[in-house]
Design a binder for this molecule. Structure first.
Ligand SMILES: [Zn+2]
Length: 445
């Protein structure tokens, strides 16, 4: 792989141990890693001028359902709470197949890339029409994004007292066997990995206790991470109390779902005891502020979590409940929501940026990402702060979260440029978008 010199950035935000911000510095990317950072660097490789730009580590998205880019702004789901929203959308999702899963993943990941994301997880918990996890893995590889897909699952259908229709649930032994298949085929545990597979039963209200427990045993046997939804809103907590006789945190702990190899989406309704449990066990949280607003779920206690030492990251969540997929927008929303709840000093712009970068890398178990320092992976976002959105800003780093821009100028993943001058370089996006719109129209019919 070649070498790239990023020259003369207005400021490089390193997210290193001292949280250094280097004015006027250069950066050399070589063979997928950051080779050097400092003043007056030289290179025989490609030169990218970064005057008027803020350079940050690539942002990390820790929760998504990429297939939902095909069901944005669905009329029946626009104003519903979580459970009613799900019941509206399940029958539509049941009509999808491999092509829908692949194209929608390309759309969702491209949208993330333009908003500064270099590493994204995905939570695919239904496999209609013969779809498979690799439909998303191939989409991410074509785009060039670093990808952590999770093999999700639902096993308790309506006839058994669950929420999803029976046509979308799978047999539990088949689920576990397919988890083994995709881990063996696609999981790369090595440093610099472009694909790590996780195990991710959808939620306590759509799988059995047995599957939650067995999935955790399988994930630990294979050395992969575990992910699910937890304590998303009041209905979710009420379901846990009624069905399991305990709060979501107790349920997670009893079934092995705490630890540094676990991250839970949402956690809007964690109480003080659960926050202490997550801190003590190093369990990660994917905070999805726009989705929580959109579904009226509430404000996650992120300030209390961070103060207690809980590892918090950001997620855009699925595109049927956001319905946008802007990760830098999510950082802004996270900052604003904590201020609504706790006052104007509750979260600084720089803390939101840290959660979006370093925080995400830590939650996904990637010490090789999320920081700009020699030896770390060359995942870099370049933001042009010389344009309209940040015009007049006094502090370009804070401006990224407080003002904009909302899209990157350039983006590098593993040293490869996948966004140049605001355009995806690896896919024919007008074609992908037209294809997606054809598929969406067919689902409406
Ligand atoms: Zn979700």
């Amino acid at each position: 792989m070649g070498e790239v010199l990023i020259m003369g950035a207005e400021v490089i935000v390193t997210m290193d141990g001292a949280r250094r911000e280097l004015a006027g510095a250069d950066l050399v990317l070589r063979d997928g890693v950051i080779a050097a950072i400092g003043a007056d660097l030289h290179s025989s490789g490609e030169i990218v001028h970064a005057q008027g730009c803020v350079v940050t580590p690539g942002l990390v998205n820790t929760h998504h359902h990429l297939y939902q880019t095909l069901t944005r702004a669905v009329p029946g789901g626009q104003d519903a709470l979580l459970f009613g929203w799900l019941k509206t959308l399940y029958p539509i999702w049941a009509r999808m197949g491999p092509e829908e899963i692949r194209v929608s993943a390309q759309v969702g990941l491209a949208e993330l890339a333009l908003s500064g994301c270099t590493l994204s997880s995905d939570h695919l918990y239904m496999y209609p029409g013969g779809a498979r996890l690799e439909d998303t893995i191939h989409a991410a590889a074509e785009l060039g994004l670093r990808f952590h897909p999770t093999r999700g699952a639902m096993s308790i259908g309506q006839s058994a007292g669950g929420l999803p229709p029976d046509s979308l649930v799978e047999d539990e032994s088949a689920i576990l066997n397919d988890c083994i298949r995709v881990i063996d085929a696609f999981h790369d545990a090595g440093e610099g990995s472009m694909c790590r597979v996780g195990v991710a039963p959808c939620s306590p209200f759509s799988v059995s206790r047995g599957l939650m427990r067995d999935a955790a045993l399988l994930a630990r046997d294979k050395g992969v991470m575990m992910h699910t939804h937890l304590a998303e809103n009041d209905e979710d907590v009420a379901y846990s109390l009624a069905q399991f006789g305990c709060r979501p945190g107790d349920y997670a702990r009893d079934l092995g779902w705490v630890g540094e190899d676990v991250w839970h989406a949402h956690c809007v309704k964690l109480d003080g005891v659960e926050i202490d449990l997550f801190a003590a066990t190093k369990t990660g949280v994917s905070h999805c502020p726009c989705s929580n607003c959109r579904l009226g779920s509430g404000i996650a206690p992120v300030r209390a979590m961070r103060d207690a030492g809980v590892r918090v990251a950001l997620g855009v969540d699925g595109s049927a409940s956001n319905d946008a997929g802007s990760l830098i927008g999510e950082a802004r929303q996270a900052m604003l929501l904590q201020r609504v709840q706790n006052g104007a000093d509750a979260m600084a712009a720089r803390e939101a940026l840290e959660i979006a970068t370093l925080g995400g890398a830590q939650v996904l178990g990637r010490p090789d990402c999320g920081v700009i320092a020699p030896g770390k992976r060359a995942d870099i976002a370049i933001w042009d702060v010389s344009g309209l959105e940040a015009a007049g800003a006094w502090d370009p780093v804070a401006a990224l979260v407080l003002c904009g821009p909302s899209k990157v100028r350039d983006l590098f993943v593993e040293g490869r440029q996948i966004v140049r001058d605001g355009q995806i370089t690896t896919l024919d996006m007008p074609r992908v978008i037209a294809h997606q719109n054809r598929l969406a129209r067919a689902l409406m019919a």
